[in-house]
Design a protein around this ligand. Structure first.
Ligand code: GRF
Length: 205
């Protein structure tokens, strides 16, 4: 009987959330293993983190596969070949089609650096999220892990953590605090929660 969920982590950049997951395997994460890292950006530092951790990685870019549809087709091929059960978007800067999200319904999760439904949806990514929070003058922000469906940042919420906004915060200082105090904490916990649920379902089937 299967005793671990196979996880793929999709990245585009620095990969600090990937690192938080790598560091949590065996402690916080006991129901899954990171089997694969996929990057859509050849120069993502996240690829080096995967290599250092001995995790298989592949680079699938729109340029190499003739656009978004070709990239997604290759992504599906690789995920199925590796028998991936759970897909974690950890700073993956590409919107996935409804076809893709429906194929892996309740098997894709994303980390977003705000308390959804604030500062989310199309156009809210990276520093822009924190710029918008500061502009609005909110005193509390945070991070959200949610299931991914066809609506950007619109799927069911799995976990959230609040972070205080401090006087004098810049988008950069706020981004760092949200990552350190919220993202890196809740992403591994949410991955374990979903992995444990998926594992239970498989074992009952
Ligand atoms: C994080 O802020 C995450 O919330 C967002 O993209 C950023 C990725 O950072 N979706 P990293 O690559 O994990 O360091």
């Amino acid at each position: 009987m299967k005793d671990k969920i196979n996880i793929a982590v999709l990245v585009s950049g620095g990969g600090t959330n990937l690192q938080a997951l790598i560091d949590a395997v065996g402690s916080v994460i006991t129901s899954g293993v990171i089997k694969l890292v996929v990057s859509n950006n050849r120069s993502a530092y996240a690829l080096k983190r995967a290599e250092d951790a001995g995790i298989k990685s592949v680079c699938i870019t729109k340029a190499d596969f003739g656009g978004a549809a070709g990239m997604e087709a290759e992504l599906v091929r690789v995920l199925e070949a590796e028998k991936i059960d759970l897909i974690v978007l950890a700073g993956f800067m590409s919107i996935l089609s409804a076809d893709f999200t429906q194929r892996f319904e309740k098997r894709i999760i994303n980390i977003h650096p705000s308390l959804i439904p604030s500062f989310c949806g199309e156009g809210y990514y990276g520093l822009r999220v924190h710029e918008a929070a500061l502009k609005k003058g909110v005193k509390v922000t945070g991070a959200t892990v949610h299931f991914v469906n066809e609506i950007p940042d619109g799927g069911e919420i799995i976990m959230q953590k609040a972070v205080r906004v401090l006087d004098g915060d810049t988008p950069e200082s706020l981004q760092k605090r949200v990552m350190r105090l919220a993202e890196w904490k809740i992403l591994p916990k949410a991955v374990e929660k979903v992995s444990a649920e998926l594992l239970k379902k498989e074992q009952q089937a």
